[in-house]
Design a protein around this ligand. Structure first.
Ligand code: AMP
Ligand code: TRP
Length: 336
């Protein structure tokens, strides 16, 4: 009997350096899942230009993000790795989804509200319809599971709504209803400067995040400077509740060491943050160091990464084209 592997799709924007948030919230989980699922990982350059990107910087960031995925352990022989713009079916299906998703649904998207900020009139229309493109990314491969960080949960609910509405409107059972895969001790890594804000590539403060390109000294400095409170580390999780900065560092420690947050609290409970921060810096450098090194090597070997992206795009085109054809058929586009 042939065993049927379910399919995962996930993506990262090449809008800056990969962060510890990307690693713990997403990429590390992809590595763990790649053997059990047929896996497609995408550098989503079409998404990145929803806010301004300098073309040369975008090109480099695209290679760097791909290198980061490979350096973290994504196996290009097992998985498809490519950049989104090279597979036209994403944008083509996104147009159809623009016509399926309702404006009211998009108006509820918190990421748009956060990214557009006060100047909503000045945001690109791409930023507004971005979740429709994200739904298309997943549905153009009929992926069944999507491993992401906590912040993407709402977008995946929208993806489910779009798939459901398409199936209902056209009276078909075509698109699967995706399952988000959000797991680990750090599904939402927060800024090192503000425990209530997400660690993000685009935060103006460098000290707010750890980049996968940071060396040991930079990591240690950022962790030493990380905001904490004046209370000692608690022994139980309930006492962490209203202490977002402490909670964040404990979660990061737990995720990096493959332990539970409670286990970490038990070890450090009652102590101040100084020893803990030293240990966390050591731990971060030991986990991220080999990845950073490998990433640097890969970035120097441009043609190797470019070749992987090229082959990945080719495979992704081959997978997506027949699915788009079926969709065009369902929608009633006359195909010549
Ligand atoms: P982005 O950098 O926005 O393209 O995010 C790529 C992936 O990383 C998504 O699955 C996000 O949910 C995840 N991610 C980004 N930032 C964080 C964070 N601070 N904590 C956890 N996951 C994150
Ligand atoms: N929107 C995601 C983010 O900013 C990136 C993304 C684009 C994605 N398309 C996707 C994630 C499809 C999962 C599946 O983090």
């Amino acid at each position: 009997m042939t065993t049927f592997k379910q399919r995962i799709f996930s993506g990262v924007q090449p809008s800056g350096n990969l962060t510890l948030g990307n690693y713990l919230g997403a990429i590390r989980n992809w590595v763990a899942l790649q053997k059990s699922y047929e896996s497609i990982f995408c550098v989503v350059d079409l998404h990145a230009i929803t806010v301004w990107q300098d073309p040369e910087v975008l090109r480099n960031a695209t290679r760097e993000v791909a290198a980061g995925m490979i350096a973290s352990g994504i196996d290009p022989k097992e998985c498809i790795i490519f950049n989104q713009s090279q597979v036209p079916a994403h944008a083509e299906l996104a147009w159809i989804f623009n016509c399926v998703a309702r404006i009211g649904w998009l108006n509820r998207m918190t990421q748009f509200k956060e990214k557009a900020g006060k100047n909503r009139e000045g945001a690109s229309s791409g930023l507004y319809v971005y979740p429709n493109l994200m739904a298309a990314d997943i549905m153009i491969y009929k992926a069944t599971h999507v491993p992401v960080g906590e912040d993407q949960k709402q977008h995946l609910e929208l993806t489910r709504d779009i798939a459901q509405k398409f199936n209902n409107d056209y009276g078909v059972d075509f698109f699967p209803i995706v399952e988000p895969l959000i797991f680990g001790e750090a599904t939402r890594v927060m800024s090192l400067r503000d425990g209530t804000a997400k660690m993000s590539k685009s935060d103006p403060s460098e000290n707010s995040r750890i980049n996968l390109t940071d060396d040991r000294d930079v990591i240690a400095k950022k962790i030493r400077k990380a905001k904490t409170d004046s209370e000692p580390i608690p022994e139980t999780l309930t006492e962490l509740k209203d202490r977002p900065e402490a909670q964040n560092l404990i979660n990061i420690f737990a995720a990096l060491s493959d332990r539970t947050a409670l286990d970490v609290c038990t070890q450090y409970g009652g102590m101040g943050f100084a020893t803990f921060k030293n240990d966390l810096a050591e731990l971060s450098a030991s986990v991220l160091g080999p990845i950073t090194e490998e990433m640097k090597k890969l970035c120097d070997e441009r043609s190797y990464v470019d070749q992987i992206l090229k082959e990945g795009s080719q495979k992704a085109r081959e997978m997506s084209e027949p699915i788009l054809k079926d969709i065009y058929n369902i929608v009633g586009f006359l195909q010549s």
